[in-house]
Each structure stands twice: as structure tokens, then as C-alpha cells.
Design a protein around this ligand. Structure first.
Ligand code: ADP
Ligand code: MG
Length: 237
């Protein structure tokens, strides 16, 4: 499902955080929203999710104007850096939650949750509690939970940011494979250039509330639009 962001402005108090931001996320792509900390990445993701209202501009999801639509009606799944799991519920029930809220039948819930746990390689963990999982396993559970209700759009805000470098590298490759299986339009926030270049189909560079460049990793790396992008993505020496 294509996401079209047009001329979004957003300030907190007197501070502009998004300044005339326009970009298009292609249907079925894995798109990285890349930029330095404080640049407005999370705010833009929250605007797409409907968790934050822009001061002006529009968000269209699969051609429908979603700008004033409640988050629940946008059919987006969301995963944050510090994922809040239900601590008193098993992994199975955490993943099942969204389906139960939607009053899906018991059989269907069991089938779908089993499928999802296989997809994220947590089938052995169904009866554990979140506290018994590693950080990487918890983020995979979060992804399964977000995918449970078959969102049209998956929004990931530095989902692996709190994990150590080795685990992050593994999950990065895993997310790419998962995306190749599931094909849900995904926007992935990161401040890590290497991460974006390694897994994204498309990169949007956002700094200081402005889109500096958007394109394939190849385009952006080989033809940076300006000195900022060149410095930010330059060869890591
Ligand atoms: P990023 O995710 O790229 O690090 P954010 O979107 O989180 O950037 O933040 C961009 C700027 O907006 C920062 O200066 C941040 O302090 C400010 N900001 C974000 N959310 C709020 C808020 N709810 N109230 C006030 N300022 C905010
Ligand atoms: Mg952020």
C-alpha cells in the first residue's frame, strides 16, 4: 500500500520539527527513514501512524486521505525501540491479543498465532513470558504481534536500537528475509547508515525536519544530493 506524505509541517511549541516534508513510500517496499538523532524521524512515523496530528499537509494510505483518520482505522502495525509487552501474558497471548480484541474465533486465533510464531522463529517460546525472552526475541515477538492483524503498513521505530551490535546485525538480516516473505509496506526508522544501506529498497534521508534526499541505497550512496548527505553517508573509514 503506497504511503504518500505531502507538505507535512509540524511544530512543538515554536520549534518546527517537520518542515514541508513530502515523500512517497512505494507499496510493498522496505523503506528506511534515515537521519541523525533529533531530525524528526519518530515524529514523521507518528504522523503516518496517526499518533500525532500535523499542523498542515496530508497523509494518504493506498490512495485514501488518512490525515484526520484515527490510528485504529489506518490499518498500520507499529513497533517501538522499547517494546511494551504485556508482562503477565505468555508470548502466545501477547501475539493473540489484537486478534482477540477483534473477536476472531478461537480456532482462527490458534492457527494464525502458530503461523506467526513460526514466521519469527519463536514457536518454542509460545508458553514463556516476555521476561524470559532475550531482547532480540522480544522484538521478534513485537513484530509478530504487529503483523497479527494483517496491517497494510508496518512502521518500525528503531526496533533493534536497544540491542547489542551482534544481535542487531542478525535481526537486520532477518527483517530483510521476513519482508521478502510477507511483503507488507514497511517504514523502518534508523540512524544507522549501514543498516539502511544493507536492508532497505529505498532510503529517505531526514535531517532537521527536512527531506535531504530519497532514492535507492545505490543512488544515495553514489550520488549524494548535497554535502550533508555525502558526509552523513560517506564511506565509513
Ligand atoms: P528523531 O526520531 O529523528 O530522533 P524526533 O522526531 O523524536 O527525532 O524529534 C525531533 C525533535 O522534536 C526533537 O528536537 C525533539 O526534542 C522534538 N520533539 C519530539 N516530540 C516532542 C514532543 N512531544 N514535544 C516536544 N518536542 C518534541
Ligand atoms: Mg526517534
Amino acid at each position: 500500500m503506497t504511503i504518500e506524505v505531502r507538505n507535512i509541517n509540524k511544530s512543538f511549541g515554536d520549534t518546527p520539527v517537520l518542515r514541508d516534508v513530502s515523500t512517497t513510500v512505494e507499496s510493498g517496499s522496505l523503506t528506511a527513514l534515515l537521519g541523525p538523532s533529533g531530525g524528526g524521524k519518530s515524529t514523521l512515523l507518528r504522523v503516518i501512524a496517526g499518533l500525532e496530528q500535523p499542523d498542515s499537509g496530508t497523509v494518504r494510505i493506498s490512495g485514501v486521505d488518512a490525515t484526520r483518520m484515527a490510528p485504529q482505522r489506518r490499518n498500520v502495525g507499529f513497533v517501538f525501540q522499547h517494546y511494551a509487552a504485556f508482562k503477565h501474558m505468555t508470548v502466545f497471548n501477547n501475539v493473540a491479543f489484537g486478534l482477540q480484541v477483534r473477536k476472531r474465533g478461537k480456532q482462527e486465533v490458534r492457527r494464525r498465532v502458530t503461523e506467526l510464531l513460526e514466521l519469527v522463529h519463536l514457536e518454542q517460546m509460545a508458553n514463556r513470558y516476555p521476561a524470559q525472552l532475550s531482547g532480540g526475541q522480544r522484538q521478534r515477538m513485537a513484530l509478530a504481534r504487529a503483523l497479527a492483524v494483517e496491517p497494510e503498513v508496518l512502521l518500525l521505530d528503531e526496533p533493534f536500537g536497544a540491542l547489542d551490535a551482534q544481535v542487531r546485525k542478525e535481526l537486520r538480516a532477518w527483517l530483510r528475509r521476513l519482508h521478502d516473505e510477507v511483503h507488507v509496506t514497511t517504514v523502518f526508522v534508523t540512524h544507522d547508515q549501514e543498516e539502511a544501506i544493507e536492508i532497505a529498497d529505498s532510503i529517505v534521508v531526514l535531517a532537521n525536519g527536512v527531506v535531504e534526499q530519497a532514492g535507492s541505497p545505490h543512488d544515495i550512496y553514489d550520488n549524494p544530493a548535497n554535502p550533508f548527505v555525502m558526509r552523513f553517508l560517506g564511506p565509513v573509514t
